[in-house]
Design a protein around this ligand. Structure first.
Ligand code: AP5
Ligand code: MG
Length: 209
């Protein structure tokens, strides 16, 4: 199974990808996590990505496509992409690399703009494994510590109100058109994202079965 999670910043892609990958035995591949890891390691890719991420802009297609296709080539099982593709060029490159059938399904998580901003401003992330939490809707069991690996939690630099607004603008302009791209090829599944984390997960699993 080759799946994509599609949705605006804060829609719950990372939250659901982690849970769905575990339930379905898929590898979770997040472009944002890979960029943040590269940034932490201080690589050239990380420095380049940081210069775009801190402004809320997309990292250039060429670099992003190369990074993701390399990651996909390393695994020989199903996967769940989170945050990629984000432009038409990325979507086409992915389909081409996966031969004629391309990906199986794109799952679109629909959330209103107001709720997206509320979620981003209350989000905390694990420094080690990047699992996302929310101060109000999904707090960790121990304050400041990741439930999964015990790592320290922090707030992403691009989750300030100003940068989050910019990311939303970029999403509606460059990424939202992908909803039609997958709808037209009969591969789009849509889920209402303003329900509890568990309900959203169960609804996606139902759609996939
Ligand atoms: P990336 O890391 O992908 O960020 P994003 O798309 O902006 O998405 P987020 O991670 O902010 O949101 P999410 O949907 O994962 O939500 P989450 O599950 O955390 O990208 C960052 C940057 O990297 C980009 O701006 C760009 O610069 C670059 N980049 C990445 N991919 C790229 C690409 N393909 N091309 C070019 N550049 C790229 O949830 C959010 C919060 O809500 C959490 O606090 C969570 O606990 C909470 N929450 C989740 N679900 C629920 C629910 N059902 N109810 C209540 N709260 C919930
Ligand atoms: Mg994410």
């Amino acid at each position: 199974m080759r799946l994509i999670l599609l949705g605006a910043p804060g829609s719950g892609k990372g939250t659901q990808a982690e849970r769905l990958a575990e339930a379905k035995g898929l590898v979770h591949i997040s472009s944002g996590d890979l960029f943040r890891k590269a940034e932490k390691e201080g690589t050239e890719l990380g420095k380049l990505a940081k210069s775009y991420m801190e402004k809320g802009l997309l990292v250039p297609d060429e670099v992003t496509i190369k990074m993701i296709l390399e990651r996909i080539s390393e695994i020989d099982q199903g996967f769940m992409l989170d945050g990629f593709p984000r432009t038409l060029e990325q979507a086409q490159a992915l389909d081409k690399a996966l031969n004629k059938d391309g990906i199986d399904k794109a799952i679109y998580i629909d959330v209103s703009r107001e709720e997206l901003l509320r979620r981003l401003s209350g989000r905390w992330i694990c420094k080690q494994c990047q699992a996302p939490y929310h101060m109000v809707s999904s707090p960790p069991k121990i304050a400041g510590r990741c439930d999964v690996c015990g790592g320290e939690l922090y707030q992403r630099a691009d989750d300030t109100r100003e940068t989050a607004q910019k990311r939303l603008e970029v999403y509606f302009e460059q990424t939202a058109p992908l909803i039609d791209y997958y709808k037209e090829s009969g591969r789009l599944l849509e889920v209402e994202g303003e329900r509890s984390i568990e309900e959203v997960k169960e609804n996606i699993l139902k759609l996939l079965s």
